[in-house]
Design a protein around this ligand. Structure first.
Ligand code: SAM
Ligand code: DTB
Ligand code: SF4
Length: 343
């Protein structure tokens, strides 16, 4: 019988240690990452990529601490926008009903419960294109009161007009979340009711008001690898880059145009986390939507790749998130613990 030869994949040039050592990297905040450099990171051998991400992570953070962040949809559904992934867009038949803005006391009850369960950060989301002044006033009260509970506060209310970011900051908002979602050249395939530049303008208003920027995106929208690298390049080249970078895996919701998109390989999701960690070393990289479908092993790889925050609580905005008990058990298994900062 002819002897069988085991075929090993030949290492690509990127797999040689010499090559990975010379992968180019901007040395100052003013320098920019090119999309090609970021693609180079994505294409590294998995172990090399994770090793590099771990090194960067450990230089900046306790690698075993994870921030627990609870989300609350303070105004659900009925949104005028056409974001192709979103169950809250009025134009898609997803079963999400339009609701009024929540009452302050109900928001506070949810925040207190989140704190009691171990969350240190509370993020309030509203399905608006952007807040009108009469919408913003009650949200300012929510921010003030949640902050007074001693939690880190974050809000995501859509596009901001001049002066609104200042009002939120004065009320005690620590972070404003506004995602770029994807690369500029793919953006028009996903959203047509507002432009990439509108998003950049809102981010600038947040930055100018002196607030922390929480800005990330979604992967698994059907983007190419170059476009995924393009999203990370946009984020990493913001000057300064965001303090907080949520990386969402598309939650495929029936009734949305993206419901039947081919699922992303989980290891490509892990790679995205690692590349975000390497290019934005001091940012909190948040393992955001999409965990319900992920195995414990994939989540563990995300932490290894540099994620150090997760949504905690059984609901994201309108879709599910792992149960609190499952998350506690996962962290225990990994010897990880909640990061807590006093506010
Ligand atoms: N309406 C505001 C806006 O779009 O700016 C704030 C709320 S919006 C739901 C916040 C973010 O949630 C979006 O920018 C998007 O990144 C994320 N998101 C929404 N639907 C998602 C889905 N199905 N899967 C993953 N992420 C999603
Ligand atoms: C972010 O980047 N992801 C969160 C938060 N910021 C607001 C939202 C995820 C939403 C997932 C779909 C849903 O539950 O409606
Ligand atoms: Fe509206 Fe935000 Fe959903 Fe877009 S992502 S449809 S703006 S709630």
């Amino acid at each position: 019988m002819p002897s069988q030869t085991v075929q090993f994949l030949r290492p690509s040039p990127a797999a040689t240690p010499a090559h990975s050592a010379i992968l180019s990297e901007p040395s100052t905040a003013a320098q920019r990452w090119s999309v090609a450099q970021i693609e180079e990171l994505f294409n590294m051998p998995f172990a090399d990529l994770l090793y590099r991400a771990q090194q960067v992570h450990r230089e900046h953070f306790d690698a075993n601490a994870v921030q627990l962040s609870t989300l609350l949809s303070i105004k659900t559904g009925g949104c005028s926008e056409d974001c192709g992934y979103c169950p809250q867009a009025a134009r898609y038949d997803t079963g999400v009903e339009s609701q009024a803005l929540m009452a302050l006391d109900d928001v506070l009850d949810a925040a207190r419960a989140a704190k009691a369960a171990g969350a240190s950060r509370f993020c309030m989301g509203a399905a608006w294109r952007g807040p009108k002044q009469r919408d913003l006033e009650p949200v300012l009260d929510m921010v003030r009161e949640v902050k007074a509970l001693g939690m880190e506060t974050c809000a995501t209310l859509g596009m901001l007009k001049d002066g609104q970011a200042e009002q939120l900051r004065e009320a005690g908002l620590d972070y404003y979340n506004h995602n770029l979602d994807t690369a500029p050249e793919f953006y028009g395939d996903i959203i047509t009711t507002r432009a990439y530049q509108d998003r950049l303008d809102t981010l600038e208003r947040v930055r100018d008001a002196g607030m922390n920027v929480c800005c990330g995106g979604i992967v698994g929208l059907g983007e190419s690898l170059t476009q995924r690298a393009g999203l990370i390049a946009q984020l990493a080249n913001l000057d300064p880059y965001p303090e907080s970078v949520p990386i969402n895996l598309l939650v495929q919701v029936e009734g949305t145009p993206l419901a039947d998109t081919d699922a992303l390989d989980p290891l490509d999701f892990v790679r995205t986390i690692a590349v975000a960690r390497i290019t934005m070393p001091a940012a909190r990289v948040r393992l955001s939507a999409g965990r319900q479908q992920m195995s414990d092993a994939v989540q563990a790889l995300c932490f290894l790749a540099g994620a150090n925050s997760m949504f905690y609580g059984e609901q994201l905005l309108t879709t599910g998130n792992p149960e609190v008990e499952r998350d506690r058990a996962l962290l225990d298994k990994l010897g990880m613990y909640p990061f807590a900062e006093q506010h």
